[in-house]
Design a protein around this ligand. Structure first.
Ligand code: PLP
Length: 404
């Protein structure tokens, strides 16, 4: 095949890559720890983690060693056969989730598809042969991925625009407004499906009171409670799952992103009472749960525990949040709120979040824009006080530099 050395990366993208992203003008070539480098050798503190993925940072030695070892041993075999890594990772996840079983896939959207299918199987069983129990109530402003199921579950018009007709049966309650959910549940409702902390929607946290109320509501109405922990899970908040703070347990959980710390993997956990809804032939994937992906998942969980990263996040997050709030105080008419938990923080600006994101990038800090003029700070879980303070300084400098 011809090599295109004479064409720049920009030209290759312009000419050959579909235009469904408004990308930052940056070409990354290398990562190590909490840093990434562009092709000109400039170093950036990676407070985006590739959208909450690189939990262990870049090139963690234990993760690299585990993936490399498995890469040479066996990378793929399909789900026609067992592989030990998949069994071990499922067991580890059950340890965090509670008694139940796990299905592996490759992304957050795929995890959510499996969860929506679970809700249909549950509804069909509940309603019997002639019933039509298939509805799902999700939250306004949520985000559950770009497949048809994911888009249908996503309570944001801008994500769904242009793709009608979507799946029937989805409706959207207001986050932290229990009554709005109660009103939407009827006898045809199979599930309530929520992000514990809304990510793409701009970092909005479900309150403990709301989660407990929703759990109780679902129990009373015989409806599944499914939590999407794709972005907020796997240690990001300082707990393995963000919902743990509330003391509730959902009936099913979707995971992805941080689970492989950079290797694509998604997973669904289903409570033991509902685990038999999936029977042979009812769902599947060629790539899900390969020995290689599960080696990455096992290494991620191993390092998370061995280096006590959740404790680390719990220890350092409060001062960091304080620092961000302090920087925000200097610009009260521009920074409206600092929200979030652990290493998942959203800064709500009055306007021009993209301008501030760009100004931080120019000063060596990568962050992620979210809905409604919010900037997300999603550092690798390994980042310590030095990197956290530096992010506060750069945030302050960027706000100063973009002052009108
Ligand atoms: C909460 C949530 N669910 C689902 C998804 C979709 O995941 P993926 O992009 O891996 O399909 C995302 C991605 O941002 C997410 O944040």
């Amino acid at each position: 095949m011809e090599e295109f050395h004479h064409q720049s990366t920009e030209e290759l993208y312009d000419k050959y890559v579909l235009g469904n992203y408004a990308r930052a003008p940056l070409t990354l070539v290398r990562g190590e720890g909490v840093h990434v480098w562009d092709r000109d050798g400039r170093r950036y503190l990676d407070f985006g983690s590739g959208i909450a993925v690189s939990a262990l940072g870049h090139g963690h030695p234990a993760w690299v060693a585990a993936v490399k070892e498995q890469l040479f041993r066996l990378t793929h075999a399909s789900n026609l056969y067992r592989n030990r890594n998949q069994g071990r990772l499922a067991r580890n996840l059950v340890g965090y989730c509670g008694p139940g079983k796990v299905f592996f896939c490759n992304s957050g959207a795929e995890a959510n598809e499996a969860l929506i299918k679970l809700s249909r199987l549950y509804g069909n069983r509940k309603a019997g042969a002639e019933g039509r129990c298939y509805k799902v109530v999700t939250a306004e402003n949520g985000f559950h991925g770009r497949t048809f199921g994911g888009m249908s579950a996503t309570g944001q018009e801008k994500i769904r625009r242009g793709f009608a007709p979507l799946l029937p049966g989805f409706s959207y309650g207001r986050l932290n407004d229990l009554e709005s959910f109660e009103r939407l549940i009827d006898e045809d409702t199979a599930a309530v499906f929520l992000e514990t902390i809304q990510g793409e929607g701009g970092i909005h946290v479900c309150t403990t009171e709301f989660l407990r109320g929703i759990r109780d509501l679902c129990d009373r109405r015989g409806v599944l409670l499914i939590l999407d922990e794709v972005q907020c899970g796997i240690g990001r908040t300082g707990r393995f799952f963000a919902f743990e703070q509330s003391g509730i347990r959902p009936d099913a959980i979707g995971m992805a992103k941080g689970l492989g710390s950079g290797f694509p993997i998604g997973a669904v956990w289903v409570d033991e009472r509902h685990a038999d809804l999936f029977t042979p032939g009812s769902h599947g994937t060629t790539f899900g749960g390969t020995p290689l992906a599960c080696a990455a998942g096992l290494a991620t969980l191993h390092v998370l525990e061995k280096e006590r990263l959740m404790e680390h996040v719990r220890n350092y997050a409060p001062d960091w949040h304080e620092g961000l709030r302090g920087a925000a105080k200097a610009f009260p008419d521009r920074v409206l709120a600092v929200r979030g938990e652990g290493y998942m923080v959203g800064v709500q600006l009055a306007a021009d979040a993209p301008g501030v994101v760009a100004a931080m990038r120019e000063r060596g800090l990568l962050t992620v824009p979210a809905g409604g003029d919010v900037i997300r700070f999603l550092p690798p879980l390994i980042v310590g006080p030095e990197g956290l303070s530096r992010s506060v300084e750069i945030f302050h400098e960027a706000l100063t530099a973009t002052r009108a």
